[in-house]
Design a protein around this ligand. Structure first.
Ligand SMILES: Cc1ncc(COP(=O)(O)O)c(C=O)c1O
Length: 361
């Protein structure tokens, strides 16, 4: 069996040691004689697993004690409406900074539950740059400011946490969580779908500052309430036990790699290797994103002649390089370089790109 180098944007590569451990434990997890998928989430074995996963995530991200960590379902997409339902009064203003597709979606899904205000957008720049902080139209009375630190489709990333004063800052960190250290205390809430840097799809990690949990005033079913999920240790209903288990294994793997500072250094190297190959190709390959806004996790690029796209995709697949096709909204190619994508994978991609350019001149 040979594994490909997987550049998928999500669901994405999972560290091989994590998959191997899961395979080894599939039929008999923790000496129970059953798969982790077959056990009650209320049993002592799973409760211990859940607690360990949370403890490891807290350690990795240095999450302060006044934050709750939730393991939820419904994808990042479900958080788009839950954020205003839980944090805004009906009709209260909420500020959104839109730097790509996912920010647009967050706005659309929040609109029924708050007075959604687009405080800044780079749409007119085709989401190829970030709107300068001094141009954001924020209000001190807004319920929160929402932004997307890394836009997965457009390949645009904030490299600093924006200063929004005392207004709670909410971040959809789906495609950049755990890619490097981040000061959690700057945020009121961080949420992330698991299927990029955490594990399989179907799990969402939410990190919420305690005081945010008492802000809900809109009528809602318990299942939509972050406070209820927190009060029930993310077990208000049956959680995604398999996803939680794999997330825990991934956190353990990340600790073995040396934590987020160490993975950050590798991620920087991976990204700079690929951007250097693109920028050094004499225009054969191009990345349209402004250099200061380029993502370390998702690298969109085009070929100088789009009629070569099909050949590039077919030949890259033959070379064991999976999922390089760009999102249809952007076209061209995209290489996602999440934590599980090794430097070796990126070096192999870069060598392929150079060889392709030589052969197809
Ligand atoms: C930044 C970002 N936000 C939200 C989503 C939506 O996630 P989900 O499909 O898990 O709801 C994605 C998916 O790729 C994403 O990249």
């Amino acid at each position: 069996m040979s594994r490909v180098f997987n550049f998928s944007a999500g669901p994405a590569a999972i560290p091989q040691p994590v998959l191997e451990r899961a395979r080894a434990e599939l039929l008999d997890w923790n000496g129970t004689g059953a798969s982790v998928m077959e056990l009650s989430h209320r049993g002592k074995d799973f409760i211990a697993l859940a607690a360990q996963a949370e403890a490891d995530l807290r350690e990795l991200m240095a999450i302060p004690a006044n934050y709750r960590v939730l393991f939820l379902q419904g994808g990042a997409t479900l958080q788009f409406p839950l954020v205003p339902m839980n944090f805004a009064r009906a009709g209260q203003r909420a500020d959104y900074v839109v730097t790509g597709h996912w920010g647009e979606k967050a706005v659309r899904e929040a609109a029924p539950y708050a007075d959604v205000h687009v405080a800044a957008s780079s749409k007119d720049d085709h989401y190829l740059k970030l709107p300068p902080r001094e141009c954001w139209d924020l209000s001190p009375s807004s319920a929160y400011v929402h932004y997307t630190p890394n836009e997965t489709i457009h390949g645009v990333e904030f490299h600093d946490v924006p200063d929004v004063g005392d207004v709670p800052l909410v971040a959809d960190m789906s495609s950049s969580i755990l890619s490097g250290p981040v000061d959690v205390s700057r945020f009121a809430m961080i949420y992330a779908g698991a299927q990029k840097n955490i594990g399989p799809s179907g799990l969402v990690v939410a990190i919420i500052r305690d005081d945010m949990l008492s802000r809900a005033t809109q009528p809602m079913a318990k299942i939509f309430s972050y406070a209820e999920h927190a009060a029930n240790d993310s077990m208000l209903n049956t959680p995604n036990t398999w996803g939680w288990y794999l997330a825990g294994l991934t956190f353990g793997w990340l600790k073995e790699q040396g934590g987020l500072a160490a993975i950050d250094a590798i991620n920087q190297r991976k990204a700079s290797t690929l951007y250097a190959a693109i920028d050094g190709s004499g225009g054969y390959y191009q990345c349209p994103v402004e250099p200061g806004a380029r993502s370390r996790m998702n690298v969109p690029f085009t070929l100088h002649d789009p009629s070569l796209d099909a050949a590039f995709l077919a030949e890259s697949l033959d070379a064991g390089l999976l999922a390089l096709k760009g999102h249809k909204a952007v076209g061209g190619m995209r290489a996602s370089l999440y934590n599980a994508v090794t430097l070796d994978a990126v070096q192999t991609l870069v060598a392929f790109m150079s060889d392709f350019a030589r052969r197809h001149g």
